[in-house]
Write a protein that binds this ligand. Structure first.
Ligand code: B4P
Length: 191
């Protein structure tokens, strides 16, 4: 199984590139952001809890997200591989994912980490906020907090996979197609 993590700060292109990669490689896309937004839309208890954190630019608690991923993976038996988008975002989530995949004997093959400077991230997210209903993209203060949370809580996850020799850094400041080409080049070596 080709299990891959697409990693990077908010606005670095994870969701955008995941959509293109699943089309090319026929992989399953699991985005914790999308799953959480669906829970919010459905007004489930999980969604109501998550909304409080997401609208402030904070991470949703690990136990909530890990439980959600575990249920999603259990429901999946046929996939050729999974692109994890926006997960794991903490070391606790990374350890939990390793345990879940060890059980399935299908470990993470690669972490592709997108790098984009803070100003470009803020600009991209404000642009999306102007045309979408995502509350977390509509306020510059909240966007800056998400970037800070990424630096403090999420970026150590890259070191976790680097120690397993699975981290590949990708320049993410080019166009969507340029970044896609860089990702494909890395994937061709393991696919
Ligand atoms: P996510 O849904 O993961 O959202 P995101 O990090 O903001 O990035 P996304 O993938 O949507 O956007 P992209 O960069 O593709 O998380 C939202 C919130 O959910 C988190 O803040 C947190 O509260 C919660 N959450 C999710 N997962 C969690 C977890 N595991 N643990 C705890 N909490 C969790 O695109 C952004 C914009 O940039 C788009 O408009 C796109 O068109 C544009 N863009 C992309 N690439 C571009 C390029 N190369 N050039 C120009 N524009 C580009």
């Amino acid at each position: 199984m080709l299990n891959i993590i697409l990693f990077g700060p908010p606005g670095s292109g994870k969701g955008t590139q995941a959509a293109k990669l699943i089309e090319k490689y026929g992989l399953l896309h699991i985005s914790t952001g999308d799953l959480l937004r669906q829970e919010i839309k459905d007004e489930t208890p999980l969604g109501l809890e998550a909304k409080n954190f997401m609208n402030k630019g904070l991470l949703v608690p690990d136990d909530v997200v890990i439980g959600m991923i575990s249920a999603r993976l259990d429901a999946e038996t046929e996939a050729k591989g999974v692109i994890f988008d926006g997960f794991p975002r903490t070391i606790a989530q990374a350890e939990a994912l390793d345990r879940l995949l060890e059980f399935k004997k299908a470990p993470i093959v690669l972490m592709l980490a997108l790098h984009v400077n803070d100003e470009a991230l803020t600009e991209r997210l404000l642009k999306r906020g102007a045309t979408s209903d995502r509350a977390d993209d509509q306020n510059e203060g909240i966007i800056r907090r998400r970037i800070e949370v990424y630096k403090n809580e999420t970026s150590p996850v890259a070191n976790y996979y680097d120690k397993q020799s699975k981290l590949v850094n990708i320049h993410g400041e080019g166009t969507i197609d340029e970044t896609f080409a860089l990702l494909v080049k890395e994937l061709e070596e393991v696919a």
